[in-house]
Design a protein around this ligand. Structure first.
Ligand SMILES: [Zn+2]
Length: 274
């Protein structure tokens, strides 16, 4: 980001809708901007960055989701059939995505609670990145301190490693076990990542225009919203609490990471990055 991004030392800055549109256009270099969210569970997007998704949709972006698990352990009932629960949650995720105008949803179906940042998982996500070809990646901030949720942390590392390390490699990418990643898809460079659930935000998004869509999408996860009124209130309260330090009535915050094309030692030395 050029005009809107500031360092964490300077504090986060509000990104108005017109700047979001301009930034997306710059990332996409004249094409329709493409945004891919890589998350751990059904309802992660809606609960944690649904306001941004609504804003990106309003800005004209084409959006896709990749879910590492289908939430097969997301029930307090010890006798629930994990596969049946996963099927319900996938259907609810598709409905929630439709609320926000998102039709491209991929379920990788790793087991809930067992997400791990390993070679095969990176390959699976890198293959999706090569297929979808996003300009902007949205993912968990894996460095978020002291609110440990292992699936979320692992999902963040997998997403970043796949987008920055594996997907851009020229030619067929091979993992440690020799499995090809998207053999027929060329490598793809994602331009930037925005990380949610961060404790070091540099961008604030005003989600007031999309708050009702965010709530409706979250409530579409019906098995995780038995008391829909309470869920809606929780979303609104969280948005208020997030925005309060910045005098923004309803907000989500993000940490942005540009992925520079030229990371040669000389260029970085010249830029004073060493
Ligand atoms: Zn989750």
């Amino acid at each position: 980001m050029d005009s809107a991004t500031v360092t964490a030392q300077q504090g986060p800055r509000l990104l108005p809708p017109e700047l979001l549109v301009a930034h997306l256009r710059a990332l996409a270099a004249g094409s329709v901007p493409r945004v891919l969210a890589v998350v751990a569970h059904p309802d992660d997007v809606e609960a944690l960055c649904g306001g941004l998704i609504a804003a990106l949709g309003a800005a004209g972006a084409t959006i896709g989701y990749v879910l590492l698990t289908s939430g097969d352990k997301g029930s307090p009932d010890p006798d629930v059939d994990p596969l049946a629960l996963a099927a319900v949650r996938e259907a609810e995720q598709l409905a929630a995505a439709a609320v926000l105008g998102v039709a491209d949803v991929t379920f990788l179906r790793y087991r809930d609670g067992e997400v791990i940042d390993d070679g095969p998982t990176r390959q699976a996500v890198a293959a999706q990145i090569r297929r979808f070809r996003p300009d902007l990646l949205i993912a968990f901030d894996p460095w978020h301190a002291y609110t440990f949720h292992n699936d979320h942390r692992q999902a963040g590392f997998v997403a970043l490693a796949s987008a920055r390390g594996l997907a851009p490699l020229p030619g067929p990418a091979r993992g440690a076990d020799g499995m090809l990643v998207a053999e027929t898809a060329p490598g793809h460079v994602t331009r930037e990542a925005w990380l949610f659930l961060t404790d070091r935000p540099d961008v604030i998004v005003d989600i007031a225009p999309g708050i009702e869509l965010k709530i409706a999408a979250r409530i579409a996860h019906a098995c995780q919203a038995v008391d829909a009124t309470a869920v809606a209130l929780g979303i609104r309260t969280r948005a208020e609490d997030t925005g309060a330090p910045y005098a923004v009535p309803l907000a989500e915050t993000f940490r942005t990471i540009p992925f520079p094309r030229d990371e040669s030692f000389g260029a970085r030395l010249h830029a004073g990055e060493w």
